[in-house]
Design a protein around this ligand. Sequence first.
Ligand code: F0G
Length: 418
Amino acid sequence: MSLALSTPAPTAPPEATDGVWLADIETDEAYAPFDEIRYLSDRGNLLEVRYAELPTFADFHGSGVWRYAAALPFAEGVSLPEGATPLHAAPRLEASVGVRSLRIKHEGMNPTGSFKDRGMTVGVRVAQRLGVERLAVASTGNTSAALAAYGARAGMETLVLLPAGKVAAGKVAQAALHGARILEVDGNFDDCLDLVKLLGEEGIVYLLNSVNPFRLEGQKTIGLEILEQAQAQYGRYPDRIVLPVGNAGNTSALYKAFRELVQSGALAVEEVPRLTGVQAAGAAPLAEAVANGWSTIQRWDHVETRATAIRIGNPVNAPKAIPGIRETGGTATRVTDAEITSAQRALAEEGIGVEPASAASVAGLRKLVEAGEVGTDEDVVCLTTGHLLKDPDAAFAASADPEPVPNDLSAIVDHLGV
Ligand code: F0G
C-alpha cells in the first residue's frame, strides 16, 4: 500500500488573510479567501482551504465542531451547536459482520439530524464574513434542512433547489419550517446543482453546496472526533472508516483532516484510517471509477435508489475524494437497496436509528468482509450520516405494520397470544 499523502508546503502566499488562503487543488495557485466570492480556480479546478499553521491534538479545546477551531478558518461560527456526536459500540452487529471491532459514528445526532450541520456552521460564518445576504443549495434533502436552520439562525434568506418527488418527507418539512424558499425542480439532484451553480455565478445567491471549500472544513471535524473518541474508547485509531458516498464531500473532508494532522506531525502516515466509500448500486459513479482505476468519474445521467440522499450521478468532489481513497489504501463498493434496508434494520436492532443512505456504510462493510477485502482483524468505524426520522416512509417500508386492536384489555391479551 502506498501511503504517501500529498501534502502541500504550508507557506502563506501574499494572498493569505490571517494565514488562510484558497488553493487550486491541481496547481496550488493561491487566492485571497475573503476578498471575492469564488468557488473554483481560474482554471475551473476545485479549491481547498490552506493554512499557514496546522494543528496538533493539543490545540483542540471544548466540545463539538468548534473544539477544532485550530483546524478551521475562524475561531467561532453560527452554532446550534453541532458535532460531539456519539461513537456507539454495536456488539451484535460487530459479531455478525465479523471484524475485530465495529463502532458507529452517528451523525444523525446533529441538531438538524445530519452531518451537514458541521459544514453549515462554518459555511454560514464565511457568508457573514463575505457580507452576502441570500444563501442557496441544491440538495437531496439534508443540506437543505441544514442550510434552512443555520441561515435562519443567522437571519439570512435561504433558497433550496430540490429534485421534485425525490426528497424524504422529514427533510422538506425542516426546510419549510425553518423558512427556506423551496423550488422543486423537474430533474434530478445533479440538474439542481448545475442550476444553483449558475445562480451563484450570476451573483444571485451565495452557494453553500460542498463545492464550496469552506463547508468541507467543518466536515473535517467528523474525522478528528473519530480519532479522539476511538483513542479514548479503545486506545487505538481505527484501521478503516467506511462512509456512504453521494457528492463525495465527506470522503474529501476526512482525507484533508488526516493529511493536515500528518503534515503537522500529530499523526503518523501509517495511522491514517483507510477511507472506504459505499454507494448505492443505482448511483455508483465513484465506486465504478475506483474499481476501474480511473482518476476521474464518468457522470451517470440516470440514477435510482431508495437511499434518496445519495441519489447522485455526478459527485462534484470526486477529484478530491479519489486520491483520498487511494492514498489511504482504502477502496469503494456498491450495495443494493435490499442490502441497505437489511443494514438499516440491523442498526435499528442495536437501537441506532438511521435513514437509508446511512445504512449503506454498514451494508458495504459487510460485503467487503465477505469478499475478503476487509480483514477480520480490523478496527472499523462506520459513519451513519442521517437520522431515522428524516425518512419516515423508508422506516415504515422496512418494518412490520401496526396492528389494529379493539379498545379492550382481554381482546388485546388474546391478540398478543403470549
Ligand atoms: N448520507 C446522507 C444522509 C446525505 O444526506 C448525503 C448527502 C450523503 C450521505 C453523501 O455525502 O455528499 O459527502 O458524499 N446529501 C447531500 C444533500 C447531497 O443534499 O443533502 P457526501
